[in-house]
Design a protein around this ligand. Sequence first.
Ligand code: NAG
Ligand code: NAG
Ligand code: NAG
Ligand code: NAG
Ligand code: NAG
Ligand code: NAG
Ligand code: NAG
Length: 534
Amino acid sequence: MQALQVLALLLLSGVFGKDLQECEDLGNGSYLCREIESFEQLNRYVGKNWKSVKVVNEHTGIERAEDGELPGLSTLLQLDLSESGGVTLGEKGLQDFKALQKLNLTHAQLDELKSEQFPNPSEMINFDVSYNDILAITTKLMSGFGNLVYANFSENLIAVIEPNAFRHMKNLRFLDLTTNYQENITLGENANLRFLSISNNNLRDFQWCHLRVLPKLEELHLHSNWLEHLDMGIFYALPNLRVLNVSNNNLFEIKRTLFMAPGEIAPLELLDYSSNIVKVLDDSVFCRLKKLRTLNLWLNQINRIHPRAFLGLSSLQTLHLQGNKISILPDDVFANLTALEKLDLSKNNIQKLGLRVFGERILRKLIYLDLSNNYIADLHPLALSSMPFIKELRLRRNRLVSLDLRMFAPLRQLQLLTINENRLEEIDGEILDTLDRLNHLELNNNRLTFLPDLKSSQNLLQLRNITLEGNPWQCLCLDEITSWLNGRHVSYARPSSAYFSGRKPLCVVTPMDKCLRDLQETKAQGIVESYEKI
Ligand SMILES: *[C@@H]1O[C@H](CO)[C@@H](O)[C@H](O)[C@H]1NC(C)=O
Ligand SMILES: *[C@@H]1O[C@H](CO)[C@@H](O)[C@H](O)[C@H]1NC(C)=O
Ligand SMILES: *[C@@H]1O[C@H](CO)[C@@H](O)[C@H](O)[C@H]1NC(C)=O
Ligand SMILES: *[C@@H]1O[C@H](CO)[C@@H](O)[C@H](O)[C@H]1NC(C)=O
Ligand SMILES: *[C@@H]1O[C@H](CO)[C@@H](O)[C@H](O)[C@H]1NC(C)=O
Ligand SMILES: *[C@@H]1O[C@H](CO)[C@@H](O)[C@H](O)[C@H]1NC(C)=O
Ligand SMILES: *[C@@H]1O[C@H](CO)[C@@H](O)[C@H](O)[C@H]1NC(C)=O
């Protein structure tokens, strides 16, 4: 009896072993098949309940070799050949996959797609053919794909799209043509398209009227092309556009006429104009963009901003202006941006921040302000008074010599403050007393020789991290500071910095027997000079 069972098992594994080895049941009708050389071979494995197949080949590609019919393939809904080691479609191609709805042909080494290689009409909904060498998209090819919702042609060599190739695709919502060789937009009409990317192609200036018939388009990505000038009236062509990315082109201006819209209010929520060569922001240039939430202008050459440049941006939450050439911020330039949460002005040439730059109205939502990497020497003590809810203030790498209590007193919510790499000589005890929510403070690389006496104070209760090194601390003062920090479990050690010797920041040994807390006297003692000699 037992011997018979063993024999039966051996027989079974002998007969079906190959199947078990080559196709693995993943559940729910999904199968993973390995080392499949042809669709004929796949046809022999596919069972009645199979819905989805992924072919994974390490040693071979897959091809359509013979001419006969392959009825086993006609019920499959999904086919993934992205790891099949290259696909040779031949004359009949994928014709036998009559019910196919989702096809992944990425990395298939294809240079051409022909309509005869697909069932016609096709049930296809989701078609990913990215990472191939396809040169053209023809009207004939696309005519069979009336059900397509998602088409991904990114990472090919497509220079030619026959005009109106996508015109009859009433269900198409996503069309991705990123990284191809398109020089012109020849897409034509499409009733339902929501997402279009022609980023990283060779697009030159074109007129929105070429896109006129994309009434539902919500996202248009055109970054990394050769655009120099954007035509006017984008919302006449694209009345539902919410996202526009024209980053990394050669655009040299932003014109108010670009945003002309049929109604008073334009629908745009995100505008990415970063990495271009814009120099000037004119009066009221964005005034129609009342729904705009994110404005990316980083890495342009902006050196002049009109005081009313940001007028009307009443929903704006994030404004990125870093990496420009801004030296002067006019009065009221950020006034009335009452939805603003995050403002980045780092890496500019700002020398002075005046009293009225942020206007008089309280910016209740503003919690993040980055002014680091500028040349700010003159920071008006009340410049930040309209942002009492700010949590992160970054002032690293400027030219501040002193801090004014009036600036910090209103900032009761501050959690992170960076004022490292400035020229601070002294920090007033009362300033530290106001920072009762602060948990991260960067003070390194200033000219501080002492801090106010911390022992008795009840301030800085939330402090978790501080950076100290690179200051000409008197060693006795530093000892007091570090023992206070140790007692509070605040971390300060960054031994990887060059300003540490072991676990301790470098400091200046003085002839005094206590920490001297008088700026005039420490100057008289030449402490900074002796530190610089270390
Ligand atoms: C099978 O499908 C059901 C319902 O769609 C799902 O909940 C389940 O996680 C799937 N199982 C596997 C193994 O994919
Ligand atoms: C196609 O397969 C590739 C690689 O496996 C994967 O990254 C991609 O997301 C797939 N495409 C779709 C639309 O599922
Ligand atoms: C198209 O495919 C590329 C490459 O896999 C991917 O990065 C991109 O997100 C896809 N596009 C869409 C709209 O899904
Ligand atoms: C771009 O395409 C449009 C519309 O198809 C056509 O009118 C225009 O002449 C083309 N421009 C170039 C430079 O090929
Ligand atoms: C816009 O395109 C740039 C590439 O130049 C990319 O880095 C950025 O993430 C895109 N922005 C959005 C909001 O998608
Ligand atoms: C800000 O609002 C005030 C009062 O509504 C108005 O007088 C002023 O012109 C506005 N300034 C800017 C720059 O938006
Ligand atoms: C802050 O200090 C804690 C230890 O107290 C440390 O784990 C953490 O990495 C530090 N964070 C930063 C941003 O330095």
